[in-house]
Ligand binder design. Structure first.
Ligand code: PEP
Ligand code: MN
Length: 338
């Protein structure tokens, strides 16, 4: 349920209504914008005396939120949320460009890519230290030492970093290393214990869409994080499983439009894991921006054919720099900057 207060309602009146609701065991979060104040109410809202609330002269209207996700719903937060990743805004006018290798391999590799990403104008460095591989015999990532190499490379190149967490057991380590943005991979989108643990932090979370998750399931996973108090959630569309096997997954760009309508959270698109083919990555990234994504995430490797993980879908630093040039021309067409 959302209570909309009239423009200019005093803080005192807002506080009164909030404390009345909290006394009834409900949670009430206040969002103020230039236009109005919105109070998002979660809990057993059926017990709320809506007649009494609407009779208060400063209440404009009460809107029932009929989706199972509440805090992630657009109604709870009419304006777009901007998540700040160590000073880099994601969700505003400026596009976020996340780039880097699938996995961290060596100091030279990650520092070289970091420098190339920074020079080309990328905004966040990616790199996996803990890799969720389909085969237990495949390279699983360098683990703690890889994560440390990523942090060092990011700090040197003056780029915030994003890396994937596989288990809540590693959360303390991620926090102590000060990872700027913690990625929940597609395979963990419904690892609810992990989501709740991340929700108890205030770290920005990049929540990838599960391989076969509906948009509603994806937003419910965001809700898990937000229900624990962490509102810093960035969604990432990375392709879903369909009957099509030409591409690794099927990039669902319609989902970007749907999520932008249903939710206030920023959404970025990862065309690398969606396509699985490097020749498609730049064009799909441009399509994502054209459709309204708040940013992109692409895999970049200096020598993709030698990459330890996801080489076929990795682009070179030179191709990445060309993509950045194209995005600079495209961004203003869709009301964005880069
Ligand atoms: C990744 O980003 O390297 C990754 C494993 O992604 P996903 O969870 O989307 O497969
Ligand atoms: Mn990958």
């Amino acid at each position: 349920m959302v209570i909309i207060a009239k423009k200019g309602t005093s803080d005192e009146k807002i506080n009164t209504i909030v404390s009345d609701l909290r006394k009834q065991g409900l949670t009430a979060d206040v969002r103020k914008s230039k236009e109005k104040t919105v109070i998002g109410v979660v809990g057993n809202t059926r017990a709320v005396n809506t007649k009494e609330i609407t009779s208060r002269d400063y209440v404009e209207e009460i809107v029932a939120v009929d989706t199972p996700y509440k805090r992630a719903a657009r109604a709870f937060h009419p304006e777009n949320t901007i998540v700040h990743v160590a000073g880099v805004p994601v969700g505003g006018k400026k596009l976020a460009v996340i780039a880097g290798p699938c996995s961290i391999e060596t100091t030279e590799q990650i520092e070289g890519v970091a420098q190339a990403v920074g020079e080309a104008g990328g905004s966040i460095l990616r790199g996996g230290a803990f890799k969720p591989r389909s085969s237990p015999y495949a390279f699983q990532g360098l683990g703690d030492s890889g994560l440390h190499m990523l942090i060092t490379a990011g700090r040197k190149a003056k780029l915030p970093v994003v890396t994937e967490i596989l288990s809540a057991h590693k959360l303390d380590f991620f926090l102590s290393e000060n990872v700027d943005l913690i990625q929940v991979g597609a395979r963990n989108m419904q690892n609810f214990e992990l989501l709740k643990a991340l929700g108890r932090t205030r770290k920005p979370v990049l929540l990838k869409r599960g391989l076969s998750a509906t948009i509603e399931e994806w937003l419910m996973s965001a809700e898990y994080i937000m229900s624990e108090g962490n509102e810093n959630v960035i969604l990432c569309e990375r392709g879903i499983r369909t009957f099509e096997s030409y591409t690794r997954n099927t990039l669902d760009l319609g989902a970007v439009l749907a999520v932008k309508k249903l939710s206030h959270l920023p959404v970025v698109v990862d065309p690398s894991h969606a396509a699985g083919k490097r020749w498609m990555v730049s064009d799909l990234a441009k399509a994502a921006v054209a459709v309204g994504a708040d940013g992109i995430m692409v895999e970049v490797h200096a020598n993709p054919d030698k990459a330890w993980c996801d080489g076929p879908q990795s682009i070179t630093p030179a191709v990445f720099a060309e993509l950045m040039q194209d995005l600079r021309r495209l961004a203003p067409v869709v009301g964005r900057s880069i």
